[in-house]
Design a protein around this ligand. Sequence first.
Ligand code: NAP
Length: 254
Amino acid sequence: MADSNKRIIVVTGASRGIGRAICLSMAEPGTEIYFNYYAPGDDSDEAAAAAETEKLVCAKGGTAESSSVNVASAQDVDAFFKKILDKTGKIDVLVNNAGITRDGLLVRMKEKDWDAVLDVNLKGAFLCIKAAARAMMKNRYGRIVNIASVVGVIGNPGQANYVASKAGIIGLTKSAAKELASRGITVNAVAPGFIETDMTAALSDKAREAMLSQIPLGRPGQPEDVAEIVFFLASDKASYVTGQVIHISGGMYI
Ligand code: NAP
């Protein structure tokens, strides 16, 4: 029998980086965190990273369970949420964090790189919201937080696919907020700037310097800077905030 006093939290893409920090910000006794990552070829490094997130959540008194789930696959997503709902009967919080980049100049961008980024970053969030919102509507309660990006607002050369996916996330957030508000569900987005994770570690020194020069606070952000704001938006303290985009970028966009 599900324990209705437990807070059920689903975070996508939490084997590392910002997703892991979000899980840790929410980990406390009484929280059950379900998160995914995606290891198509049974990659043991990715499974080990996910196991490390589980361990860190448990050390803070919460519980965590990870699964390899491709958020771009409706079949995978539906099975993931069914498994959670069969066990818990509800979902209180959904954080759509899973994301990828496949950078390149627009005129040279391959169709498969456009599709991959839009499928994971934007369709993935749509599929997860659809799967979680049904249960949240029944419960007349929910907190959905989507991870966008500052570049979804200001644009970025070499990232047309990624920027389009993040601008799409902002539109999706606003529409979902309007559709779901009457059922007690809030939907917000955060727009991180340059945060130090594996995603940005792949940048060249030149690209890194160019990003840093655009940050009024003069330093990159840490995953915890994003996690704290997500934690707030997912809490009951933010119950009168919906359809908003909170920038966490050291002032890259003012
Ligand atoms: P990251 O370190 O590369 O981590 C990405 C996470 O997403 C990993 O857990 C990865 O799992 C998972 N993932 C990738 N493809 C997936 C799929 N198809 N299905 C399920 N999970 C998948 O990235 P990050 O920097 O923490 O970024 C997290 C989010 O913040 C992304 O949406 C990103 O666009 C956004 N963001 C980041 C920055 C930044 O500066 N870092 C700035 C703005 C926005 P595996 O380990 O299995 O690959």
